[in-house]
Write a protein that binds this ligand. Structure first.
Ligand SMILES: CC(C)(COP(=O)(O)OP(=O)(O)OC[C@H]1O[C@@H](n2cnc3c(N)ncnc32)[C@H](O)[C@@H]1OP(=O)(O)O)[C@@H](O)C(=O)NCCC(=O)NCCS
Length: 191
């Protein structure tokens, strides 16, 4: 597996394994925010769930906190950063191998706003996929929110499929009252 790669010769973006503690101080200020003018509203009818995209009166904004990044990195089996030619961090990904169900959990994948839609997320997923193939994992797994429509579209484009919904995971006192967890998976095809 390649440990370091460039997105393209002229992008100036390099992906490499995260180095702790050198990268730690910069990660505390890492901007892992998103904004979306639409969300997927979850409706339940008996045992059936459905998701419908609705337009919000104002864009939904969220910033994933980096307060626990030290623990997240310590818990990770592998982690990577993307950095630009000035050494500024543009992306971050952490994964945990789950022995009990033979899956690789993507515990974090973030690209800072200035560097979104430049192929960094896809490149991080490429490193994740290559790492997963060194483990007995049968699939990649992740959790996101029904409010994070940009990430949902990113995952769907990258071949993930929706595999679950949890409407009771988050404390409504702490999040948007209709925020729900959505789970996505992608099989690891092996020869
Ligand atoms: C989700 C996220 C990681 C995507 O990273 P990215 O570097 O912007 O994505 P890429 O440029 O690699 O895009 C890869 C593909 O996804 C598509 N894509 C990315 N963002 C998209 C969006 N907002 N809407 C639709 N498609 C999108 C791209 O068009 C591209 O498609 P292609 O393969 O057909 O060319 C990034 O938006 C992000 O970090 N968001 C904030 C933090 C976050 O929400 N993390 C996920 C938490 S679960």
């Amino acid at each position: 597996m390649q440990d370091t790669l460039s997105i393209s010769p002229d992008s100036g973006i390099t992906l490499r394994p995260l180095q702790w503690p050198q990268d730690g101080a910069r990660l505390k200020d890492f901007d892992a925010s998103y904004s979306s003018p639409v969300i997927y509203e979850v409706a339940q009818d008996g045992m059936a769930f459905s998701l419908q995209q609705i337009v919000l009166p104002e864009p939904f904004l969220k910033c994933y906190p980096m307060d626990d990044i030290a623990e997240d990195v310590a818990d990770a089996d592998a982690s990577w950063v993307a950095e630009d030619s000035d050494g500024k961090l543009a992306g971050l990904a952490t994964v945990e191998y789950q022995e009990w169900n033979h899956s690789l959990l993507i515990s974090g994948i973030f690209v800072t706003p200035a560097y979104k839609q430049k192929g960094i997320g896809r490149a991080l997923l490429g490193l994740i996929d290559a790492f997963a193939r060194k483990t007995p994992a049968r699939c990649l797994q992740l959790e996101t929110q029904n409010t994070n429509v940009p990430a949902i579209h990113f995952y769907l484009k990258q071949g993930f499929r929706l595999c679950g919904i949890n409407t009771g995971l988050y404390d409504p006192a702490q999040v948007h009252p209709h925020e729900a967890a959505l789970y996505f998976t992608r099989d690891l095809q092996r020869d």
